[in-house]
Write a protein that binds this ligand. Structure first.
Ligand code: GTP
Ligand code: MG
Length: 379
């Protein structure tokens, strides 16, 4: 939303800009009429003049799309596969474990091998009773992506698989990951990985259980609630168990999605690709997306030119819980940005340009922002 400036506060309240500047000056803040002030400061100034300020966020086209989407009539609500994010300390085996899990993927065998590394995978395995189980996995390179997704309030994950290496134990980024998962309020399943290494003695394992318990993840083996599955990405140990536990925990969540209507979802990451231009990796969370659809993704918009799935195959249409690569957009969106399908190209363009406008205002405001908290810094 647009920031409150001294000028806009003045025109909204009738308080002279000079008086506002004087008031702020007395508090030790140097401001000009174009300085942005935060809501609290604006309210305090207004209160000096017995004016109660009501601050409303201005709705942008993308806000309206979101609102319309949230209010839409549900067409085809059905159970959907869970989305699990793999988190953990660097080198503890997140990507290796995912590679191993993907080897169990029935669909991958049909496609003839796994080559793609796109950080988001839809894995379908034969369950123990012959039933197919599908899980969408998000890999985290380091974990910046997850942090930035969270910062945007984009909780795209239903479950967290916390990978802890048996030879290293709970490390700083393990703790950070636990905190991310707790903040997101999602269940955590621990994969105690590299169980094949000589250091994975029962003494060391007990020690790691202790570390986990210290951080609120009391293992089931100790009478706690947290499932700790011993895995080896190297040897393939425990992978089926891990998938079973994931499936069980996901069932408790009773996840559903609307498979009908125009799609909405979120960006996992985006990059420029030679010959394809801006490409966004997205997760479809609801509805259907088709080649040729008009789309707005954060600051980017366009018409979906082509879509590929996590096996690199071209797809013409996709529904919820599908990771996709999309081309045909004019710019790179950020991880965590939402996407919406619009009825016209103009609507997508308008939403994207308003997104950029808000972004520009925020950048300007952050440069000259005056808050009650940073009074002292400015003296
Ligand atoms: P970042 O993405 O850099 O954070 O690392 P990561 O967590 O994805 O770890 P990665 O899968 O890249 O594995 C790191 C190293 O550990 C590699 O050399 C793997 O071969 C090794 N490794 C992973 N899992 C196992 C395992 O179960 N057993 C053994 N012995 N080695 C493993
Ligand atoms: Mg990795």
């Amino acid at each position: 939303a647009e920031p409150i400036t001294i000028k806009s506060l003045s025109s909204a309240t009738g308080i002279k800009t000079a008086d506002i500047i004087k008031y702020l000056f007395k508090q030790g803040v140097m401001a000009t009429i174009n300085s942005a002030i935060d809501t609290e400061a604006a309210m305090e100034v207004a209160l000096e003049y017995d004016i109660e300020l009501e601050v409303r966020e201005q709705q942008t086209a993308i806000d309206k799309l979101k609102e319309a989407f949230d209010k839409r009539e549900r067409i085809d609500v059905r159970p959907r596969p869970p989305v699990a994010t793999v988190l953990g300390h660097v080198d503890h085996g997140k990507t290796s474990l995912l590679d191993r899990i993907r080897k169990e993927d029935v669909a991958a065998h049909e496609a003839g091998g796994i080559t793609q590394h796109i950080g988001a995978y839809r894995v379908t395995i034969e369950g123990s009773e012959g039933a197919e189980k599908t899980v969408v996995f998000l890999d985290t390179p380091g974990h910046e992506a997850f942090t930035s997704m969270r910062a945007r309030g984009a909780n795209m994950t239903d479950l967290v698989v916390l990978v802890v290496a048996a030879d290293d134990g709970v490390m700083p980024q393990t703790i950070e990951s636990i905190n991310h998962a707790k903040a997101a309020g999602v269940p955590i399943i621990v994969a105690l990985n590299k169980i094949d290494v000589p250091q994975a003695t029962s003494d060391n394992i007990q020690k790691i259980y202790g570390q986990l318990a210290e951080h609120g993840l009391n293992p089931v083996e100790w009478g706690g609630e947290t499932e700790v599955i011993k895995t080896s990405a190297e040897k393939g140990t425990g992978v089926t168990d891990l998938l079973e536990v994931l499936d069980y925990q996901a069932e408790l969540l009773e996840l559903t999605a609307d498979f009908g209507g125009p799609a909405a979802g979120r960006v996992i990451e985006a990059e420029m690709q030679p010959g394809r231009g801006s490409v966004a990796r997205v997760l479809v969370q609801s509805g259907q997306i088709k080649v040729g659809d008009f789309i707005v993704i954060g600051r980017a918009y366009g018409r979906v030119r082509d879509m590929t799935d996590d096996h690199g195959r071209q797809v013409l249409e996709a529904g919820p819980a599908t990771p996709l690569e999309i081309s045909g957009i004019d710019d790179l969106p950020d991880a965590g940005d939402g996407f919406y399908i619009t009825t016209t190209l103009q609507a997508a363009e308008q939403a994207a340009s308003q997104f950029r406008e808000v972004e520009r205002h925020q950048q300007l405001a952050s440069k000259t922002k005056v808050t009650l908290d940073n009074f002292a810094d400015q003296l």
